[in-house]
Design a binder for this molecule. Structure first.
Ligand code: FE2
Length: 290
């Protein structure tokens, strides 16, 4: 059975058709050879871009037997997963007591196996994102998260960060999602933030917030967002989805095992800096966007 078997996009005519499914290629360089900077260009145009299959060296059967507890739902490289399970104390080599994988797997052998798989997938994705976006020479890693907890249905939302978060920036955000689960991951996708601002201006204060993440928070807290029409995307194991989740309304409907990555560049390093959502957003405009 081909990996593409589970890929399905059910589009609604009420939402702009911004879901772009690429022809299947073996690996990131294959996609790059065919599409070149059109991938980055489509991303800057706020498309959701689906790579139907992407070769990753991982033991998928082993990984699909693992589930992480809810407290590790969005655990990231910054939390230490993928780092060494051990630390040295003088001449002693000890297992780190606070390493998430040591907490999940009591026995050393499965712990080492899980941790190696995570480290390896992270390392491969760090290369893949650069192969997909070679024009983004100043790409900087924000985070890689290992999401191995059954998820969904969740509410439709726009990614937004609190002012104290290190992700509360005006940088251009490259976000990708790789499904590792045997089951397709299911998302709902609705309007972009500029459309919500234009069509539902009354839910926002007269004076619009300075930062787009604050607009995202208001839109997410507005109950009407849940009633918007949605496209439905089913993306199978080893398919990769690219999309700017700050600007595209989205929800997880079903999913068990996924890795997500978030990378940043300064807007001036984009192919077209004027397409940066943070550059386009102007709270002095009546609808926030021209
Ligand atoms: Fe999100």
């Amino acid at each position: 059975m081909s990996q593409q078997a589970g890929l399905r996009v059910t589009r609604t005519r009420e939402v702009e058709d911004y879901v772009l499914v690429l022809d299947e290629h073996e690996d990131a360089l294959g996609y790059q050879r065919t599409y070149g900077d059109a991938i980055a260009e489509a991303y800057e145009d706020l498309k959701v871009i689906v790579l139907p299959s992407l070769a990753i060296d991982a033991d998928l059967d082993f990984l699909n037997a693992i589930a992480f507890p809810p407290q590790f739902k969005k655990i990231s490289a910054g939390d230490g997963i993928g780092d060494s399970l051990f630390e040295r104390n003088g001449k002693q080599i000890l297992r780190k007591s606070d390493h998430p994988v040591n907490l999940i797997a009591e026995d050393l052998r499965p712990a080492a196996m899980i941790n190696h798989q995570i480290a390896s997938v992270f390392a491969q994705l760090r290369v893949i994102v650069r192969q997909l976006f070679p024009a983004y020479r100043t790409l900087r890693e924000g985070t890689l998260t290992w999401r191995f907890t059954p998820t969904g249905p969740e509410i439709t939302h726009f990614d937004g960060y609190a002012p104290e978060s290190r992700f509360y920036t005006r940088e251009h955000r490259i976000k990708f999602f790789l499904n590792l689960d045997h089951d397709p991951r299911v998302w709902g996708l609705t309007h972009r933030i500029d459309k919500i601002l234009r069509d539902h201006r009354a839910i926002f204060p007269d004076r619009l917030p300075d930062h787009l993440n604050e607009v995202a928070r208001i839109a997410t807290e507005w109950p009407g967002l849940q009633d918007m029409p949605h496209h439905e995307l089913h993306y199978p194991q080893l398919s990769l989805v690219l999309g700017n989740a700050e600007a595209i309304g989205h929800q997880v409907r079903y999913g068990n095992r996924m890795v997500a990555g978030e990378f940043f560049i300064e807007p001036e390093d984009m192919l077209d800096p004027s397409k940066s959502v943070h550059n386009r957003y102007d709270p002095t405009l009546p609808y926030g966007f021209a």
